[in-house]
Design a protein around this ligand. Structure first.
Ligand SMILES: Nc1ncnc2c1ncn2[C@@H]1O[C@H](COP(=O)(O)OP(=O)(O)OP(=O)(O)O)[C@@H](O)[C@H]1O
Ligand SMILES: [Mg+2]
Length: 403
């Protein structure tokens, strides 16, 4: 095949998060145009790709580059930022993608809540507010209804500004913290839903939303809820899982995701599964890139690339096994020594051990995903077996810290 015959895919973002998509597209024999504002982005080092040093939110410049390269498809992997650019370019060039309206509803938590409510999708009680006075009134309403209250900026991600209020929280401080993490100043004040949390990975083709896998998640405790592990398939009962799938599909339809991936976060409450949020993209934390292929044999990254190119990949599971990721639980201090990594890599079921922080780095209390020191990924006969393989490996890894 000559370069002229190759299909061209534009991938927005070339950081470590999007690297699996860039590598996969190359492996599939596609022409890859990677876009990132950072000329040193790790994805740019993949041999044979075309680099475009443009910010993923600079939509007009991306559109110009996309037209110039005459791309056949556009996507991002696990990032919300480039969503509007994906929407505008796919619309302008008649490619498969989401609409601008869907991109907004999938990235702004206030518009998302409204769209879910209008379509009768189960969600917590919520109020959209601007300004401290309406913030305090909304917190009061949620408490009067008998719930704990969680607040978040409408337009941020990565748990930035998310805060579970306690009965004695200083509401002035809470408002300042959340509003300082918002761009437009809007805050969503919500009922805190109690129950286990799962995520649902789906792929939609022409309006048919297919559930690929349901993942159990463990997080640190309140107030930060940093994800410390995921395992598949979810161990909840078949009956609950079928309700979870139903709610996730309804949420995708309410937001308008006709084609492409989505990652839906759900709390399983006493009244049934309710939506935390959903993104019109693949799930991060190695869920779609590593865990789903191990547990089902479905390569969601490849499928997403094919969908973006207007093709119809086979989405059927090839097997039913377990997979898990567990993050290191490290003491607070400066890292002095890390041992046992090579031994852990050779253990039963272990497919990957990655250390993110190195010797000399200061480790504080884990407040967000970036604070996690490293992780182990393993597979197994089922979810329990995979988790057990992760935990055995974690036991031989020692991160020695000095206080
Ligand atoms: N209404 C709620 N009830 C219970 N838990 C919630 C609620 N809203 C958020 N959470 C918890 O807080 C976490 C982060 O909230 P959310 O997903 O809305 O923010 P985010 O900025 O997108 O964070 P992330 O990128 O970590 O998903 C959720 O995964 C969930 O554990
Ligand atoms: Mg979230």
């Amino acid at each position: 095949m000559t370069n002229k015959d190759k299909k061209k895919i534009m991938i927005l973002g070339a950081s470590i998060l999007q690297l699996p998509a860039i590598e996969k597209a190359k492996e599939m024999g596609l022409e890859v145009i990677a876009v990132d504002m950072n000329p040193e982005a790790v994805g740019f080092s993949v041999p044979g790709i075309i680099k475009e040093v443009i910010s993923t939110i600079d939509t007009p410049s991306i559109l110009e580059a996309a037209k110039c390269h005459r791309i056949d498809g556009i996507m991002t992997l696990a990032s919300d930022m480039p969503m509007q650019s994906v929407a505008v370019v796919s619309h302008e060039m008649g490619l498969v993608g989401i609409s601008s309206d869907t991109a907004l509803k999938a990235t702004n938590k206030a518009f998302m809540r409204d769209a879910l409510k209008e379509n009768g999708v189960p969600i917590p009680l919520y109020y959209r507010v601007k300004g401290k006075k309406s913030f305090i009134e909304a917190v009061d309403q949620i408490r009067k209804a008998g719930y704990k209250c969680i607040v978040k900026p409408a337009d941020n991600s990565g748990s930035r500004g998310v805060d579970l209020l306690s009965p004695d929280s200083d509401l002035d401080k809470a408002y300042e913290y959340t509003v300082s993490n918002s761009r437009g100043g809007e805050i969503v004040v919500e009922e805190f839903m109690e129950g286990p949390e799962v995520s649902v990975e789906t792929l939609a083709i022409d309006g048919d939303v297919h559930v690929i896998q349901i993942t159990d998640k463990i997080t640190t405790d309140a107030p930060y809820f940093v994800e410390m592990g995921h395992s598949q398939p979810s161990k909840l009962s078949a009956e609950i899982k079928s309700k979870i799938a139903e709610v996730a599909i309804a949420a995708n339809m309410a937001i308008g995701i006709q084609n492409g991936p989505s990652h839906t976060e759900i709390k399983v409450t006493k009244e049934g599964p309710k939506i935390v949020e959903l993104g019109a993209r693949l799930g991060g934390d190695c869920i779609t890139t590593h865990l789903v292929p191990l547990s089902t044999g479905v390569d969601m990254v490849k499928c997403s690339i094919l969908i973006a190119l207007g093709e119809r990949p086979n989405l059927e599971s090839k097997w039913d096994r377990g997979s898990a990721i567990r993050y290191f639980n490290t003491d607070i201090g400066i890292i002095k020594k890390i041992t046992g990594v090579e031994q852990a890599k050779k253990m039963a079921g272990v497919t990957q051990v990655t250390v993110v922080h190195g010797i000399g780095e200061q480790i504080g209390q884990i407040q967000n995903s970036v604070d996690r020191v490293g992780f182990v990924i393993a597979n197994g006969r089922n979810a329990d077996d995979a988790v057990c393989n992760c935990e055995k490996a974690l036991k031989v890894i020692d991160v020695c810290v000095r206080r």
